[in-house]
Ligand binder design. Structure first.
Ligand code: RB5
Length: 149
């Protein structure tokens, strides 16, 4: 059992996988903050990246999981927020690296590009892997707002 709250959000392309991930997390004892979307109606993925960014900023969740059809659009949208490090992954190796090297606080996957068992594996690895720090901390610090170039 853990006190950590994990926020989940997706557009319509990730609804089904989000439901499976939510059930799995709740079974494992995580608190889940589900930010929608509800149902299959077409919605705009940037709105759900914004909801995730707000939940993290306000401390309503400590980490998050975002899904859209491919994971591409919603990861681009989420990374517009300077306090979000969203990593689009396709397997457990990517999920592990996203934590060890990138200190990602949001895991992103594609509801139409990954199967549920691989996705749950990614979630488990993401939530259980620590940031390595060291040289990676220097690099991550350089991800802060770089300004206009
Ligand atoms: C919605 O049809 C789809 O474009 C969206 O889920 C996502 O894949 C965008 O990157």
């Amino acid at each position: 059992m853990t006190a950590e709250t994990i926020a989940l959000a997706s557009d319509h392309g990730g609804v089904e996988l989000r439901t499976q991930i939510r059930n799995d997390l709740e079974q494992k004892g995580y608190r889940v903050l589900d930010l929608g979307t509800e149902g299959p109606d077409s919605v705009d993925y940037p709105d759900f990246a914004t909801a995730m960014a707000a939940a993290l900023k306000e401390g309503r969740a400590q980490r998050g999981i975002l899904l859209c059809g491919t994971g591409i659009g919603i990861s681009i949208a989420a990374n517009r927020f300077s306090h979000v490090r969203a990593a689009l992954v396709h397997d457990a190796f990517g999920a592990r690296m996203a934590r060890q090297h990138n200190d990602a606080n949001v895991l992103v996957m594609g509801g139409r590009t990954i199967g549920p068992e691989v996705a749950k594996d990614c979630v488990n690895v993401f939530l259980e892997t620590a940031f390595e720090g060291g040289r990676h901390a220097r690099r991550v610090s350089k991800l802060a707002d770089r300004g206009e170039r």
